[in-house]
Design a protein around this ligand. Structure first.
Ligand code: ATP
Length: 290
């Protein structure tokens, strides 16, 4: 079966979010669609990258533009390069960029160190969040948050202000305060680690949040909490790039764009209707069009 072109405008308003500033209202396929001012946040052009250790190229020319206020989902077969793409964006040392460009907020992202990328407003939640033995969650969050405030030219928060700020964010992700005293991810269950990643995102804030399979291993209540929190974190000024295999989270986060990655490239871009076709027919449907 051939995939049809999107029947839904990729800029269709997410009812759970504040509307982007409309530059133009257009009626398309009987749906009202807000075309945003389209301020680019991330511009990836023909990005190629290899594994440092083996010299094997995994990304063979990725093209992607994420504008402010957009929610993008990347799907694709196991091993198609989704996580590699996300890790290359945050500067993971296992990979070397061999071609192409990445511009983030008008700056050459590839020239920045991983820490600079984070301070510039890029956040990534890894598929398997790591433990940081000996560092408590609250110490870690306060240190990282104050570093980001410093970068933004804001004064650091003192212990009392930090405590109330962290409590507010804990409530947002529906986590118990005990988690603040525990070492980062040490002894956390798989689902607790994922929730803790969203706590980090809520505390630090981000212009672009990359969530790699944040939904894997979450029970239904945790998935709802995580999606609610992410929907509250999203504004018309920031954006989300999520990697997922499942429709459940897409229904909760209502992406403006859905991409399918295949063999290290974005093979197809559409909307949620494309996910229905994939679920019915599998990824071969998409591959056959590339
Ligand atoms: N550091 C590495 N060392 C060896 N092989 C790697 C490394 N990183 C990625 N690969 C290989 O690159 C390919 C793409 O991996 P990647 O994790 O990006 O896929 P994915 O699309 O995220 O898959 P999944 O849906 O299973 O999570 C795979 O074949 C993987 O084995």
């Amino acid at each position: 079966m051939a995939l049809s072109l999107p029947t839904q405008c990729p800029h269709t308003v997410n009812p759970l979010r504040r509307s982007p500033k409309p530059a133009l209202l257009r009626r398309l396929n009987h749906r009202v669609c807000v075309v945003s001012a389209a301020t680019p946040l991330l511009q990836v052009n023909d990005l190629k990258a290899k594994i440092v250790e083996s010299n094997v190229e995994i990304l063979h020319g990725v093209n992607l533009t994420v504008n402010q206020g957009e929610v993008h989902a990347i799907m694709g077969k196991n091993g198609s390069g989704k996580s590699t793409f996300a890790k290359v964006l945050v500067g993971h040392p296992d990979y070397e960029v061999t071609g192409g460009s990445v511009v983030f907020k008008g700056e050459n992202l590839l020239e920045m160190e991983p820490e600079e990328r984070s301070l510039a407003g890029l956040f990534m939640s890894f598929q398997s969040p790591v433990e940081i033995p000996g560092v408590s969650n609250d110490e870690f969050l306060v240190m990282a948050y104050n570093a980001r405030r410093k970068k933004l030219g804001l004064p650091e928060l003192g212990p009392l202000e930090c405590f109330s700020y962290l409590m507010e964010k804990l409530q947002l992700v529906n986590m118990k305060p005990d988690f603040l005293n525990r070492n980062v991810n040490e002894g956390f269950s798989g689902g607790e680690r994922k929730r803790n990643e969203i706590l980090q995102l809520a505390v630090l804030g981000a212009d672009l949040a990359i969530l790699d399979e944040i939904d894997s291993g979450l029970d239904v209540d945790a998935l709802r909490d995580v999606a609610n929190a992410v929907n509250q974190i999203l504004t018309p000024e920031n954006s989300l790039l999520m990697i997922t295999h499942y429709r459940r989270i897409l229904d909760l986060l209502n992406p403006t764009h859905v991409h399918v990655m295949d063999k290290g490239k974005i093979a197809r871009t559409g909307d949620l209707s494309m996910v229905e076709a994939i679920e019915a027919e599998g990824y071969e449907t998409v591959s056959s069009l590339t």
